[in-house]
Design a protein around this ligand. Sequence first.
Ligand code: PXP
Length: 247
Amino acid sequence: MSAKLNVNIDHVATIREARKTIEPSIITAAVICEQAGANGITVHLRGDRRHIQDRDIELLRDVVTTYLNVEMAATIEMTLIALDTRPDAVSLVPESPNEITTEGGLNVAENFVGIQSVTAQLKNAGIFVSHFIDPTLVQIEAAADSGAQQVELCTAEYAELTLASRAAHGEGAEKAKAELDRLARAAKYASELGLIVAAGHGLTYRNVGALAAIPEITEFNIGHNIISRAVFTGLYRAVEEMIALIR
Ligand code: PXP
């Protein structure tokens, strides 16, 4: 079975928030992604509300018919929103105020008690819980021990190493291969521990193929690169093309 694709539509909201207006519609974006074959819609409700707003989550909950995955920090504020709006899944991610995007995975091992508590509250409400972590054995074990049902392996390092010119030859290609092997080992270990394995962050039309060949990875969350391509091709086609590469 090929892996699923959840399209992260945060950056549709980024364009909207640039003018604090109503276009482009996040709802239209979600419907087009679903019609093009996406298995789910992912959004990140950030503490600073720089793109997705609380109301978007409420509207998406009513409109999304596939699978709604909300990325959020493990805070009381976010937990209450999730318990209120009931997405299908919550992905717990780290967050710091001045970052451009999520920087690395959640340190579950060091913040075990708090993350375990939020995970339990969400699971008790029937929400599927994923932890976005770096591909290390320590974090995988901590995620499993704290009750996560899924881990999403952070592919930021792999993405960085596969940026066009860097991975073209020699040392760059070797480093990218080593990171790919690390992700494959992590995926296998997480799967052996009974966790479902997803991957995401910085993935592109150029670098997703090698990851899609790792059998344990059953879900991808991809945003920026799809929305970037959609500017030129339209969203429907951009989603179709990413699905074709994953499958
Ligand atoms: N997965 C997680 C946990 C994320 O935080 C993000 C970014 O919001 C993504 C996937 C998608 O990353 P990108 O936009 O680089 O595809």
